[in-house]
Ligand binder design. Structure first.
Ligand code: G
Ligand code: G
Ligand code: MN
Ligand code: NA
Length: 254
């Protein structure tokens, strides 16, 4: 049977898993949140990465079911951590363009927050530049509805899309995530460093928090610290890990 049919069954039979990658406050070194990243635990094939099934889900429409599963599962996990007395965290969930542009995304998010009891202010939605470049008026309406619900909004892979900087002043956003592609060349490539530093300065002037993605080395972190960048994610601290492992990271770090 094909991947689409298998994925459909995987959602129904709870074969998906959510991994969590720490998001670290650069000034304090503390874990302040996590990005939720889906995996598919196939009984025969083992762990299947999202790069293999998210595009299929997007092109077949299954993304609505997969996306809703990830959102609900992440909020349930976040609520468990709050109830267990862990320090407050922001959990970031990736929303694919097709999932975002459905007119009922606001209703879906509001319903899941209500059902799970997870606080809206602890949930961040990661959107891509390409999703925001679609029908602009619809996008403004969708973003404002999400903003009214109280969730935070982040731009993922910032700097890589066919984007226009005008959307930064038009859309209600909270976080810019600098794409790993700019972080890779730091500190030896002057151009990458200059672009990262410029994104931090511009983003912060516009009132956003800025997060650097894919930080792997101390040299990158030291450079980002010098720019005043707010947060980072990357293998330097931890790859995405299962919930229990993430909880251990939290407990040991605090
Ligand atoms: O987790 P990994 O490091 O393999 O992620 C690969 C890609 O899959 C990333 O671009 C990430 O944004 C995407 N991805 C991971 N989880 C989700 C998800 O729950 N929803 C969507 N839409 N994309 C995801
Ligand atoms: O949603 P997004 O496209 O930003 O997904 C993040 C992706 O980056 C995931 O696939 C995650 O596993 C990966 N990732 C996170 N940190 C690092 C890192 O330090 N190095 C590398 N190579 N990949 C990373
Ligand atoms: Mn992301
Ligand atoms: Na990214």
């Amino acid at each position: 049977i094909d991947l689409e049919a298998r994925l459909h069954r995987a959602v129904e039979q709870d074969e998906l898993r959510v991994y969590f990658q720490p998001q670290v406050d650069i000034a304090t070194g503390r874990i302040v949140g996590a990005e939720a990243l889906v995996r598919w635990l196939d009984p025969k094939e083992g762990l299947i990465p999202p790069s293999r099934f998210i595009p299929v889900a997007e092109s077949t429409g299954l993304i609505a079911d997969v996306g809703e599963w990830v959102l609900r599962h992440t909020c349930l996990q976040g609520k468990k951590w709050i109830d267990a007395g862990l320090p407050p965290l922001t959990l970031a969930v990736n929303i694919s363009p097709r999932q975002f542009l459905r007119s009922d995304i606001g209703d879906t998010v509001a319903r899941i927050l209500q059902e799970t009891g997870f606080p809206p202010t602890c949930l961040e939605l990661e959107l891509t530049e390409s999703a925001l470049m679609e029908r602009e008026q619809d996008v403004v309406t969708l973003l404002n509805r999400l903003r009214d619900i109280g969730v935070r909004l982040a731009i993922d892979d910032f700097g890589t899309g066919y984007s226009s900087l005008t959307y930064l002043k038009r859309f209600p956003l909270d976080v810019l995530k600098i794409d790993k592609g700019f972080i890779d060349g730091i500190p030896h490539r002057k151009d990458d460093g200059a672009i990262a530093a410029a994104i931090v300065a511009m983003g912060q002037t516009l009132g956003f928090k800025v997060l650097a993605e894919g930080v792997e080395h101390e040299g990158q972190l030291a450079f980002l610290q010098s720019t005043g960048c707010n947060m980072y994610q990357g293998f330097l601290r931890s790859p995405p890990v299962p919930a229990d492992t993430f909880r251990e990271l939290l407990v040991h770090a605090h």
